[in-house]
Design a protein around this ligand. Structure first.
Ligand SMILES: [Zn+2]
Ligand SMILES: [Zn+2]
Ligand SMILES: [Zn+2]
Length: 321
């Protein structure tokens, strides 16, 4: 065995999603997976049977056999969960297969990145939605129950959080948690990695040709905040269902020039909320092929990054006023 071999890297057999769901659509099997996850160590047949708590050992043995090789493995020390089994239990614990806590909305002590008034946050079926009462916010539409609909004035995006994130946290604490998760996702994305399945991402640059350049409203053409924010990027995973849209700036999150600039300004790129980051602006330099300038306006200078149609950084400069 080489130094790079891992005993936690089982050769799992390929399993179609339909078959995987069918396998787990049974109380005894879910209970076996759950008990193995709780134990966190190999468990012998008799011990596992006792923990699952069914009387008929033949029935128990049948269900355990069905899981073997897919979700469970028999080792010389007893039964253990395979990665696929751990993922199932993770999904159950995170609450994504169950329910979000009841809808609630409150003002928190975080300024709106656009107008600096305190924002309101609301628990939704996707995480924590941000609203500003004082300005028109960042987006004119939002996805509700899978459908894109017109957003209430002041909507400024949703921080992705599974239901378990709200357990034992105030909404202000959940907001910080969601912001960290989003920052980390952006770093994955900027490096072409799907944060769900680690497959490569494909990106498409979109320029709003008729963008409303007067700041302070929502562009009637693209539905994003007006002003110098006319470039967006759509990303999709080549393997799973992940789709992400959003401002070009997030594609630079995690690039060394941008990270170095943030750290120099005393800002932690992992934990910073939207209001704690410098404001930014876009400029389209060329369209065929695309070349754009992205500027971050720090406290005493501006970082300018030029990117090409493949989202590669071509040039980085600093402008002092
Ligand atoms: Zn505002
Ligand atoms: Zn527009
Ligand atoms: Zn993926």
């Amino acid at each position: 065995m080489s130094a790079f071999d891992s005993r936690d890297d089982p050769a799992e057999s390929g399993l179609s999603p339909e078959y995987a769901f069918a396998l787990l659509g049974n109380d005894v099997r879910m209970s076996i997976v759950h008990e193995l996850a709780k134990a966190g160590a190999p468990i012998g047949f008799n011990d596992l049977w006792k923990r699952v708590g069914i009387r008929d050992s033949g029935r128990f043995n049948y269900h355990l056999g069905e899981l073997e090789g897919h979700f469970v493995r028999k080792t010389s020390d007893g039964y253990v969960l395979l990665e696929a089994g751990r993922n199932v239990v993770q999904a159950v614990y995170s609450g994504v297969l169950t329910e979000y806590p009841g809808r609630r909305r409150e003002q928190i002590d975080q300024p709106c990145p656009l107008c600096e008034e305190p924002i309101e946050v609301e628990v939704t079926h996707r995480g924590l939605a941000r609203f500003c009462k004082a300005c028109s916010g960042a987006f004119g539409s939002r996805v509700v129950k899978g459908k894109r609909t017109r957003a209430e004035r002041g909507f400024s995006g949703t921080l992705p959080l599974p239901p378990a994130a709200f357990e034992g946290r105030s909404l202000a604490e959940a907001y910080r948690t969601g912001q960290i998760l989003l920052n980390l996702r952006m770093m994955h994305r900027a490096h072409d990695i799907c944060h769900h399945c680690a497959s490569p991402l494909e990106h498409e640059i979109e320029i709003c040709e008729d963008h409303d350049m007067e700041p302070g409203g929502i562009c009637g053409s693209c539905g994003v905040q007006s002003g110098p924010y006319q470039i967006s990027v759509r990303s999709r995973c080549v393997n799973c269902t992940l789709r992400m849209g959003g401002d070009l700036g997030f594609m630079l999150y995690g690039r060394s020039s941008w990270m170095a600039y943030l750290l120099e300004q005393g800002i932690n790129p992992v934990t910073a909320t939207a209001a704690e980051r410098p404001s930014w602006s876009h400029e389209v330099l060329e369209t065929e092929p695309f070349e754009g300038a992205f500027r971050w306006h720090g406290s005493d200078d501006t970082l300018k990054i030029i990117i090409d149609h493949e989202l590669e950084v071509v040039d980085v400069t600093r402008d002092r006023p």
